[in-house]
Design a protein around this ligand. Structure first.
Ligand SMILES: Nc1ncnc2c1ncn2[C@@H]1O[C@H](COP(=O)(O)OP(=O)(O)O)[C@@H](O)[C@H]1O
Ligand SMILES: O=P(O)(O)OC[C@H](O)CO
Length: 495
């Protein structure tokens, strides 16, 4: 009973990881699932496929670890955030595919709300902006477009949830309809200061409040799994959105600590303590974690394209065969060429929040080759992080000076990219030994709640460094490079 099973339900795959009593990874199972693109800018997932991949990866991970459900003390769940599911309470059946966080279909609805002057009120309550990224307008779209949905929701027959809620509902056999504060904070429906669903916003978006889940702490009782699923009931005791789980997994428990996760996108969170900080620089205010009823807040910068730019080099341009080759190729680029890629493939996220602009490349010459493309692609990830870093320093003077960036996610395997990141930030970048930081955070929350794992101080002491990247570039070069990036972004947004 001293193991913990973490479910990491991500955008492109579901993973299940068994951690042992010393918080070491014992077994991993991963399964990709289908991405549906029914129209330009639309992205959907089939919730049934998500459910099946979660079930099979959990079973596979337990089998690989040589364990049964009786050996698992608790489950921790972490998930792609904002992605929106509505299902029938009596059958558990979704009424539509899930609308994924990347989906842009509600851009006109957001523009309309902005033109009506609603944005300041939404930002004040939720810490977010009127962007299609968040769940609220996705839910509104489902209620408006699925026949009979609004009437059924008003009659109490439908439930809304982000992926964590949907999984909790399914795992508990329909007994628990709950979420946690970190996922609620991404819905555009939750008042992060008052710690409750916003009645005013639900009225504006015409969302019946009876379809919303109950909001709990990150380490809390989320019920037990139906014994028919894994052979015995397992308590669900930890739940957090994936970027917040990574913040916890990186032990960013003190104000001023910052982590950045480089997967498909990049999400940087700065712990700002027990009071929410309102950004003057178009960052988001969010809940980093909530324990014992007390939220700890964060400023978040969300970038939509990070590792995805490497996938584009591989699958779109075909100039590399594997992601790992991107760094080797970038290292061979001509230092005399200053090619800049602005990867606004789906518009730009923080701090620009421009859903309409599209990517651009600058500085091409007759001599530009694959190597300069690769370097520009990897550098774009560093430049975008610098944008967030600047915004955070401007918003919260405690950030930056003497600060270190803790990094994780698949793309941090690239030493070349991490060195450029340190160079362009002018600050150290720390890569930990455990790169399964998201799952680690969810496992620790669940294990701490069940007494299997230690409290925050001891957990933070167990964080171990793999490698520190220190800046090698001088300040004038850094300033010159960053200024050219800023001009490239301005030009991209003006086309
Ligand atoms: N060695 C590498 N160099 C550059 N990018 C990499 C490398 N290894 C993985 N990546 C990128 O990291 C991403 C995968 O990271 P992961 O954390 O698994 O993402 P997600 O959870 O969003 O699916 C991919 O987009 C891939 O292109
Ligand atoms: O599933 P990931 O790792 O791409 O993360 C997605 C984020 O939670 C979206 O906000």
């Amino acid at each position: 009973m001293s193991h913990v099973l973490a479910i990491d339900q991500g955008t492109t795959s579901s993973r299940a990881i068994v951690f042992d009593s010393a918080l070491k990874v014992k077994a991993v199972a991963q399964q990709e699932f289908t991405q549906h693109f029914p129209a330009s800018g639309w992205v959907e997932h089939d919730p049934e496929e998500i459910w099946q991949t979660v079930l099979s990866t959990c079973r596979a991970a337990m089998e690989k670890a040589g364990l049964t459900a009786a050996d698992i003390a608790a489950i921790g769940i972490t998930n792609q955030r904002e992605t929106t599911v509505v299902w029938e309470r009596d059958t558990g059946k979704p009424i539509h595919n899930a609308i994924v966080w990347q989906d842009r279909r509600t851009a006109p609805a957001c523009a309309l709300l902005r033109s009506e002057g609603h944005e300041p009120m939404f930002t004040e309550a939720t810490g977010l902006l009127l962007d299609p990224y968040f769940s609220g307008t996705k839910l509104q779209w489902l209620l408006d477009h699925v026949e009979g949905a609004r009437a059924a929701a008003e009659a109490g027959r439908l439930a809304f949830g982000t992926i964590d809620s949907f999984l909790i509902w399914r795992l508990t056999g329909g007994k628990v309809h709950a979420t946690n504060a970190t996922n609620a904070a991404r819905t555009l429906l939750y008042d992060i200061r008052r710690g409750e669903w916003s009645r005013g916003i639900c009225q504006i978006l015409d969302v019946p409040m009876q379809m919303l889940p109950e909001v709990r702490d990150c380490a809390a009782d989320f019920g037990v799994t139906d014994p028919a699923i894994f052979g015995a009931a397992i308590p669900i005791r930890g739940v957090a959105g994936d970027q917040q789980a990574a913040t916890v997994g990186q032990a960013c428990f003190a104000p001023g600590m910052m982590k950045s996760t480089y997967g498909t996108g990049c999400f940087a969170l700065l712990n700002t303590g027990t009071e929410p900080v309102t950004s003057q620089n178009r960052l988001l205010t969010t809940i980093a974690y909530q324990l014992a009823g007390k939220p700890t807040y964060a400023l978040e910068g969300s970038i939509f394209i990070a590792g995805a730019v490497v996938q584009w080099l591989r699958d779109g341009l075909g100039i590399i065969e594997s992601a790992a080759q991107s760094g080797e190729l970038a290292a061979r680029a001509d230092p005399g060429q200053e090619v800049i890629l602005v990867p606004a493939f789906t518009g730009l996220g923080a701090p620009y929040w421009n859903p309409d602009c599209r990517g651009a490349i600058f500085g091409l010459t007759r001599g530009t080759s694959r190597a300069e493309f690769a370097r520009a692609a990897l550098e774009s990830v560093g430049f975008q992080t610098r944008d967030l870093w600047e915004a955070m320093r401007a918003d919260w003077p405690g950030a930056g000076e003497g600060a270190v960036l803790r990094v994780d996610g698949g793309m941090t395997a690239s030493d070349w990219t991490m060195q450029f990141l340190a160079d362009i930030l002018g600050a150290p970048v720390d890569r930990p030994e455990v790169l399964e930081t998201t799952a680690l955070g969810a496992a620790w929350l669940a294990g701490m709640a069940t007494g299997v794992y230690p409290g925050p101080e001891e957990f933070a002491r167990s964080w171990a460094l793999d490698r520190r990247f220190t800046p090698q570039t001088d300040e004038p070069t850094r300033a010159h490079r960053y200024e050219r990036w800023q001009r490239a972004v301005e030009a991209t947004m003006s086309v």
